[in-house]
Design a protein around this ligand. Sequence first.
Ligand SMILES: O=P(O)(O)OC[C@H]1O[C@@H](O)[C@H](O)[C@@H](O)[C@@H]1O
Length: 302
Amino acid sequence: MQQDVAGSRFTSLITEGELDALDIRHPDFHATVFLQGAHLTRFCPTGEENWLWMSDEVRLEKGRAIRGGIPVCWPWFGDPVRNESPVRDRVATDLPHGFARTSPWALQAIEETDRTVTLNLKLDTSPEPATLPWRGQAEATIGFRFSRSTLSIDLATRNTGADPLAISQALHTYLPTTEIQRSRILGLEHCDYLDTLDDWRKIMQRGDVTFAGETDRIYLAAPDLDILTPTHRYHLTARGSGSTVVWNPGPEKAARLSAFPDNAWRTMLCVETANAATDYRSLDSGQTRSLGLTLTRTDGGQ
Ligand SMILES: O=P(O)(O)OC[C@H]1O[C@@H](O)[C@H](O)[C@@H](O)[C@@H]1O
């Protein structure tokens, strides 16, 4: 099924599985954003493959997180009990990564030009806060900006309640690689990270980040990064972030993960632009805080 979106030249509303998505077929790129989760699953500049990794076993179902692309983790990141108390104390579930990724978002605006498309979507927790496993009132808006060579995302949170608020969050980018053991991340040398697989011990990164098995780390820094795979080089710039999560499940966790082929840990990695652990954000009543990223490919593409 395909429906026109009013006033749009390049964007239509499609349904895949149980979910509706905005499908943008611009002469310079093809991008797909699911309304559930404001979840970007595809960004393909014309002539290139998807910059984002997607699971071959993805299940597009209402209320289920999509495996791959860029999930929006909000208003908490990871396991709630592992968050700092101002974030943790608001959460009444043990589900990781918040509810935004499984909630419907509404399209607010589209702007299209010969070179770019900008989409804005909104998630509002104010009308029915009682139904959420979370105490807080906030409005989240997300802006996607696509061009032939660049993908930018900005997630803004406004505290719409009368009391101060605290959130953790991440733009959980899944990237493809042809071989995880020959992939590395440049830019985190000498940064401290919490190794969640070693009792959250704080360790200083030596050299580039490489992958020799399950990796699940919260770096307490968000410098510009270069992500090198055997075939591609990505550049990732963060805004409003002081933490970066690097994740690969390795073979054993991969076998336990939902919607994740057993062998897929070999061909993906996550680099997540975050406000995680001690880098959570506090917002006074009426205050807005933003988290953003820009991703480019610096190996020339095609
Ligand atoms: O399976 P989920 O909920 O999408 O989480 C995937 C991964 O997300 C990462 O951000 C976490 O650091 C990992 O611990 C977690 O396994």
